[in-house]
Ligand binder design. Structure first.
Ligand code: SAH
Length: 364
């Protein structure tokens, strides 16, 4: 099915080029950009300062994002999970997570998600975006990849996710993380395009440092990102400190073994001066031992980084459990004692069946 492109998939320069081709004055693109991302209207008809015939031309050429919201789970102010239908009836999900101040770990504050950025003082919202329909990397514990990859999202659909959440929040989100369904570096170009649209100073103006890209370890993507000159945050899903365990959990390790991955991370840090966050999902009796914690310390001593420990969010498809609190605390403490900046977070989505890919998986 050939879908009309979304206007929200255009870079500002592309919009300007379209306006020029249509014989419009140079300021037209700025006006449209403003309607889209500052005033955040939801139809071309609302763009009052554009001539009506040009509005009709725009409507002929483009859609407005093309996401239809099917379901919202959770209350406003809490974690909310949105299920969207795309133009070709495929499903994706987006999660809104309010972040509050929190210290590294205490018994009663393990209730956030891998996606949350801890920001002191003010309440903030983090939006967790999907970048693909399905995923082809098949991590054992992840609901997103159980049925493989269906297709990439376009930049317009990704930006559309943000615009839909902005409607609910009554403003743009503070942080954006690519930690929903899909592997950002397997859809590199559209993800980067979306990042540039979200980051545009005259539009949503979401700072690059407030945008996090999370990869399961696609080394070629890490190398490419190092050359972009963008200040985005990079997270790497590590989940194991040795090749054998990692390979069991993450088939991607066959293409890019742990050694190569860490070397790419070291090179990235050196080139960009940016600190990588390593995600480590703790799974009972699989990757949660003290020996493994010490092994992780040994691996990560080569360069400055942060570690984000996430208790496994149980999914039907994976026969694994989260470790008990004592075990997680011990793991955390070994990293902390070694001077590695570590947080222990919970997947808040789990109560809502909102952990990565679960809402979509339930509908399939
Ligand atoms: N493909 C990217 C981003 C998507 S997943 C990546 O792998 O990083 C975002 C994070 O959630 C990853 O660290 C992923 O490993 C983790 N995750 C997926 N399923 C999970 C589960 N059931 N419990 C805990 N973490 C999970």
């Amino acid at each position: 099915m050939m879908l009309k492109p979304s206007i929200q998939g255009l870079l500002f320069e592309e919009l300007a080029a379209f306006c020029k081709t249509e014989g419009q004055p140079a300021f037209r693109a700025k006006q449209i950009w403003d309607w889209l991302y500052v005033k955040r209207v939801s139809s071309f008809d609302e763009m009052k300062n554009l001539p009506a015939p040009f509005r009709a031309q725009l409507a002929e050429a483009f859609t407005f994002q093309g996401l239809e919201k099917l379901e919202t789970k959770g209350d406003s102010g809490e974690t909310q999970k949105l299920l969207f239908k795309l133009g070709d009836n495929e499903l994706i999900e987006t999660v809104i997570i309010p972040s509050r101040t929190r210290k590294a770990f205490s018994d009663n504050n393990i209730h956030t998600c891998a996606c949350v950025k801890s920001v002191p003082d003010e309440p903030r919202n983090t939006v967790c975006l999907s970048c693909q329909v399905g995923c082809r990397f098949g991590c054992a514990f992840c609901a997103s990849g159980q049925k493989g990859l269906i297709r990439n999202l376009t930049a317009g659909e990704i930006v559309g996710e943000v615009m839909e959440t902005a409607k609910l929040l009554g403003g743009r989100p503070d942080n954006v993380v690519f930690m929903g369904i899909g592997e950002p570096f397997d859809n590199y170009d559209e993800v980067m395009k979306a990042v540039r649209i979200l980051n545009h100073p005259d539009g949503l103006c979401i700072g690059a440092r407030r945008i996090t890209i999370s990869t399961c370890g696609v080394v070629s993507g890490i190398q490419r990102l190092a050359e972009e000159g963008l200040q985005v945050e990079l997270s790497v899903s590590l989940h194991a400190p040795d090749e054998e365990t990692r390979f069991k959990l993450m088939p991607v390790n066959a293409s890019w073994p742990l050694d190569d991955l860490l070397e790419a991370c070291r090179a990235y840090t050196e080139k960009t001066n940016r600190i990588i966050t390593f995600e480590y999902t703790l799974i009972k009796d699989i990757n949660d031992s003290e020996t493994q914690a010490r092994e992780l310390v040994r691996l990560l001593r080569r360069f400055p980084c942060r570690v984000n420990l996430i208790p496994l969010s149980p999914v039907e498809e994976f026969d694994g459990e989260r470790p008990d609190t004592e075990t997680m605390k011990r793991f955390f403490q070994i990293l902390e004692n070694a001077g590695i900046n570590t947080t222990l977070r919970d997947s808040k989505g789990s109560a809502l069946k909102a952990a990565c890919g679960q809402l979509r998986a339930r509908r399939l």
